[in-house]
Design a protein around this ligand. Sequence first.
Ligand code: A2P
Length: 288
Amino acid sequence: MISEKGFVLENGTELPFLGFGTWLVKEEKIILDALASGYRHIDTARKYENEKMVGNALRQCGIPRRELFLTSKVWKTDLGYDKTMASFEASLKDLQVQYLDLFLIHWPLPFPGADWKPLVTESWRALERLYDEGAVRAIGVCNFLPQHLLHVLKTANTVPMIDQFEFHPGYPQYETLQFCQSRGIQAEAWSPLGRGRLLEDPLVLELAKKYGKSPAQICLRFCLQNNVLPLPKSSAPERMKANLDIFDFEIEQEDIYRLLTMPRQAGRGFIRSILNKVESRLSTYLDR
Ligand code: A2P
């Protein structure tokens, strides 16, 4: 669902149309620049090892906590009920906050071949408890393909509200997107610019010229028009601001289709998703 200000989750929680991704961000100045540029939604994770730095920036910025939307994630080595709870507490401590707006399971597979199902079930139980207790405003998952989501849905009391996965022209993971949208799960895009590689793609460049916008703005608008919330990263204030300036144009449907079906351009998530598929086929075979 969409309101004037942003996306609205199934439980009514509102979040801004775009968020700021912080993977590999190590400097407080970058977070402060992002906040000064207008971002109010900051996406971090235990795995990024930058929660203390993000917390310091949030404390300094002077923006009231209730105006910020803060996400963190439990890493795959901390799956299971107790470890997920401990990871959440460590995130709160490092981020120096009393609650998170969104808490996600970062990755469904601890390692290829692992028995992920009971671990994910237990972690989800922990997230449900945190949600029920009001320690988080929303809960969800990250890098979950439909088979992982179906597993969670089998036993969940609370349906995941978000799935964050790699999504951009050339790698829209359309089956996962459609699955999420059919279940009311909001999709978020990590690496919506394909880690910057898409910005020199001939089709993206052609459309940038046609619409009088930058290649990055085409990729981010493509997310919004597919109802996906993009989490771009940038270290430069002028690019941070430009990435928010995507509300004064509309990409025609035909061009959206061209971006959806252009040749594959996938990052590390592609290799991981192949491993996930192999793992899931193997486990289906072994379960027989
Ligand atoms: P920089 O930090 O120099 O701005 P993604 O979010 O898909 O992972 O992509 C991040 C990469 O895209 C970073 O290398 C970032 O470089 C670059 N980037 C972000 N915004 C823009 C933009 N508006 N124009 C060009 N490059 C950008």
